[in-house]
Design a protein around this ligand. Sequence first.
Ligand SMILES: [Zn+2]
Length: 366
Amino acid sequence: MRWSLTIGRFGETAVKIHVTFLLLLAWIGFSAWRQQGAAAARDSVVFIVLIFACVVLHEFGHILVARRFGIKTPEVTLLPIGGVASMQSLPEKPSQELAVAIAGPLVNLAIAVVLLALVGRIDAADMARLDDPRVSLLARLAAANVFLAVFNLVPAFPMDGGRVLRALLAMKMGRPRATRIAAAIGQAFAFGLGFLGLFGNPLLIFIAIFVYVAAAGEAQMTAFHESARGLTVAQAMETRFAAVPAHAKLSDAVETLLATAEPEFPVVDAFGKPIGLMMRRDILAALKDHDREAAVADFMRAPIETLRATTPLEAAIDRFAQQDVAGLCVVDRDGVLVGLLTRQNLAEMMMIKSMRPDWRFERSRA
Ligand SMILES: [Zn+2]
């Protein structure tokens, strides 16, 4: 995710914070300072750091349950509405997805119960005054954890409640349809939230936009998967493109760039096997500090991952979703380059499928 800073690493998971999370913290600190002065601002900052710690614990609730199902989480990003753990795959069974999704809010509820036991006395009026420094820190932290649990259980992507809802629906109807329904509910919720924001807290509008975009993204990803079902990489890949030989020079790369309209060029060895990938911007960047005779091997991207032409297209979509790759080289049984799969190919395939769901794709080269 862009605009995020890595603040630490626990086990195999990097913890990142998104800039908007910091903006929210700054806004809370500033409003405390403006209303009650420096001491209140300091108190608020301590409070914020503690909430931040609870959000991290919430995420690790998800991550540890996911790990039980063999799913790794390379990073977790903290956003104003909570955290997003970038798990490498979805849990296979809906019951597993349910367990992973609900683990986070349960962590917050557990923290709240412990804190309330420490405070000893529950005053609902105090709990509602989250930003009032006169209320005990522990009581406010307990209230914040209840809020985190409840807010994350709202049935809208990307909140945990959206995943809980999808998991419950998926037990009855399969994941694609469950995602569509869960995403539609999420977007309806976002509209309602944005509408409330117009009359109340403008922060709600910001959250509503975020929820709407996330729900749309989740629905689009599922639509991608559905349009790709039953197809292989060979049926979607580019087969007419310029490949650059490994012994080529920068001047050859520039000529190829000008002669074609493509933004990416595979580099192949003498046997036609792909050994690297060059993007338009790599060639342009190379012009700055390489001369005409420089070998393409000096500035191409390598090593690269390849994909078999017979691979299901759905698996290729997951590769694009998980990694920031521009294009994947497609190879045959012998490792020889036979095609190139780009995000553009996937978009074209999806457009064709949305206009003609019954369209038969002829190519099936392996
Ligand atoms: Zn969560």
